[in-house]
Design a protein around this ligand. Structure first.
Ligand SMILES: Cc1ncc(COP(=O)(O)O)c(C=O)c1O
Length: 487
């Protein structure tokens, strides 16, 4: 029996009988970790599960409800054997929001004896896990790649991995993943063609990357005025507010790109007034996936004689920053052009299961932002103090196992599927739009029930689907069918 629910691929198995397991490869750690974490103790010592060969653990014949599951490291055939009574009891409290809150509430009387009928922690967690699995299946709105397998990293959840301080400076705390963090930053520096003069770190999300980059820009251009399009993510305007900066929100073209004519008027105005310019360009806006044209903007700077030392260009590539370099693009993004910083989310296209991201900049920009901190034995260069060391490890794992080729495959797949979704919507008589450079498909806002079921992000009378690797043709067929015919 499995002692705890286990997620293998996209399936969750709990209270299952394990009939046989095949471990592949020579990784004893994975085998031992599986046995220790998931099998009941009475099975583990008596079974001699070997590496690289098949071994029967229980010999009962499999019935029709058995499921063959396969992952990189082990294959098992398991027979689902739900404890129906416990599940019914659990459903009873989880389906009712008052009872759910009551069950989840942490007792404020530390010495209270829990009622024997109260749901136990394992029942609560099981229900929560089922809910997570179910909500994962019906998700199309936010730009999160929910298709991943990080089972190799489960053993590291036992450790308090904290990369506090600067990623490139050793601190006194020893349980860190800085070497992985550095490898992640190095990967992005090479991808965006930044030479050795780079600096960056694994952030807690795309927002933190934006907050850091705009702070960096303001420290280098204290008098600078921040410009960005009105369809920019709110984190950029939040930064302007937090740092009390002058800001210009510039209208957009129909497709969501910044209105270049208005931008040029503003650049001309501020350049002639002797003000520095801090410009945020979007590599994929939140709602429409629109990409601002960096080459067009650089031409404007040239035309109005804005010198290199008088501007900072930040690129908000939360979603698309990592997809763009592997695509033929109208105006490719790279530090060979005079741009200054890029921020990306790690839980979006890359598919890390916790919010995270990276920010990358030219190292020399950091000089005004480096304060020594004796307590850390490091320097203070980041927004956060303690930093999630697991996130760095997860980002590293995703990049290391996929590589550029794997990313490219995922990007092309997403584009094919986005085109497929767009065509299906049009064929079904539903208004839809898609920017050529984006996998975001905008559609008329469906009814509220549908919006909740598929967790769609909406703005006014539109909603969107951001096609990530988990939005497969099967998901798309179901989505469109339910949109047209109901569910
Ligand atoms: C364009 C853009 N920038 C920044 C963000 C913020 O990213 P995060 O949610 O990782 O903080 C988002 C989020 O959707 C976004 O779409």
């Amino acid at each position: 029996m499995l002692s705890r629910p286990i997620m293998i691929g996209k399936n969750i198995f709990s209270k299952c009988r394990v009939n046989n397991i095949t471990f592949k490869g020579n990784n004893n750690n994975i085998r031992n970790s599986f046995i220790n974490n998931y099998t009941r103790k009475y099975i583990a010592p008596t079974s001699t599960i070997g590496v690289g060969y098949r071994r029967n653990v229980l010999s009962e014949p499999l019935n029709n409800s058995s499921t063959k599951i396969q992952t990189k490291h082990f294959t098992s055939t398991i027979e689902e054997e739900e404890d129906a009574a416990a599940l019914d009891r659990a459903n009873e409290f989880w389906a009712d929001s008052d009872k759910r809150e009551e069950a989840v509430r942490i007792s404020d009387d530390l010495f209270a004896v829990p009622s024997p009928n109260a749901p136990q922690v394992d029942e609560i967690l099981k229900q929560y896990e089922l809910e997570c699995a179910n909500r994962t299946k019906f998700h199309a709105g936010y730009p999160y790649n929910l298709d991943y397998d990080f089972v190799d990293l489960f053993p590291f959840m036992k450790y308090s991995i904290n990369n506090l301080g600067d990623p490139f400076v050793k601190s006194n705390y020893g349980v860190h993943s800085r070497v992985f963090e550095q490898a992640v930053i190095d990967f992005f520096a090479r991808m965006w063609k930044l030479d050795d003069d780079y600096w960056g770190y694994v952030t807690s999300c795309g927002t933190e990357g934006n907050l850091h980059s705009i702070l960096l820009a303001r420290e280098n251009h204290p008098d600078g005025v921040l410009m960005s399009s009105t369809q920019t993510h709110y984190s950029i305007f939040k930064a302007a507010k937090a740092y009390r900066m002058d800001v210009e929100a510039i209208d957009c073209l129909q497709n969501g790109e910044i209105d270049y004519e208005i931008l040029e008027t503003k650049i001309k105005h501020y350049a002639s007034a002797g003000r520095d310019i801090i410009l945020n360009l979007n590599l994929g806006t939140t709602v429409r996936g629109a990409v601002d044209d960096v080459d067009r903007v650089l031409d404007m700077f040239r035309r109005h004689n804005v010198k290199r030392e008088n501007f900072h260009i930040h690129c908000d590539g939360a979603l698309f920053g990592i997809m763009m370099p592997v695509l033929p693009s109208r105006s490719p993004i790279s530090f060979q052009k005079p741009i200054d910083s890029i921020a990306v989310s790690g839980h979006k296209f890359l598919g890390c299961p916790m919010p995270c991201g990276i920010t990358l900049t030219r190292k020399r920009h950091l000089e005004k932002m480096s304060e020594p901190v004796e307590y850390l034995n490091s320097i203070d260069t980041t927004i956060m103090g303690s930093r999630n060391g697991h996130a760095a490890l997860f980002m590293w794992y995703a990049l290391k196992t996929k590589g550029i080729k794997g990313l490219e495959k995922d990007v092309l797949l997403c584009f094919d599927n986005a085109k497929y979704l767009y065509q299906k919507l049009i064929q079904a008589g539903i208004n839809a739009e898609r920017n050529d450079l984006s996998t975001t498909v905008v559609l008329e806002r469906p009814n509220e029930e549908f919006v909740q079921r598929w967790q769609l992000a909406c703005e006014g009378d539109i909603a969107h689907v951001v096609v990530m690797p988990n939005i497969t043709p099967t998901v798309i067929d179901r989505f469109v069918d339910e949109l047209v015919n109901g569910f």
